[in-house]
Design a protein around this ligand. Sequence first.
Ligand SMILES: Cc1cc2nc3c(=O)[nH]c(=O)nc-3n(C[C@H](O)[C@H](O)[C@H](O)COP(=O)(O)O)c2cc1C
Length: 206
Amino acid sequence: MQQNRGRKERTGCRYGKLMRTLILNGSPRPQGDTAHLIQALRRELPGEVEQVDAYRTSVAPCVDCRGCFHQPGCVVRDDMDAIYQLVDGADVIVLASPLYFSTLTGSLLALCSRFQALYAGRVQGFFAPAKAKTGVVLLTAGGSTKEPACALKTARIILAELGAPAQFSAVSLHTDQLPAQADQEALRQIRQIAHSLRRKQEGLPQ
Ligand SMILES: Cc1cc2nc3c(=O)[nH]c(=O)nc-3n(C[C@H](O)[C@H](O)[C@H](O)COP(=O)(O)O)c2cc1C
């Protein structure tokens, strides 16, 4: 699995605890609009950041074999093994994606379909509920979409399943007219998200 490991300096720690952020990136474009929003967030985040690029990761989609209802975890062995570990250890989970047909991209949805094993494990009582995490959504769109409600709803459902209710979001619409890297309002939203996460980690009001 191609992982984009982040810096590991100890900043923004509460009681010496490092904030761990996992970014699940649904864009295939390494220097595209979503990548620029992610870079803007990474510049501001304290702690350790891991990034998984769905289009450069070998993860098969869930085929509803129902193995996870009979034993803890997914029965399929691939890059998802490492991603489950990263989810488990994360304090913050970021879903970042361009809109494709108003929702998250196919590769990101395919990867996220494997979180069914976490749902099944919880329903069957194999796993305790996940520790409380914070969910963040970053979206870009460069076509006809005027508001990203469909993608936001899907992202919220996925993040809730991971025990990371979506508390923050930043959106760059109309990237065909204004690239995300020049979208000052989206970049301001991202700085605000990082600020809120830092304060949350330090136990301060956001
Ligand atoms: C297959 C496909 C479907 C798309 N569907 C939408 C859409 O429904 N609404 C929209 O506003 N933009 C749509 N777009 C445009 C992308 O969301 C936009 O170009 C985005 O900024 C690309 O982000 P990226 O550079 O991070 O990949 C679509 C693009 C592709 C390739």
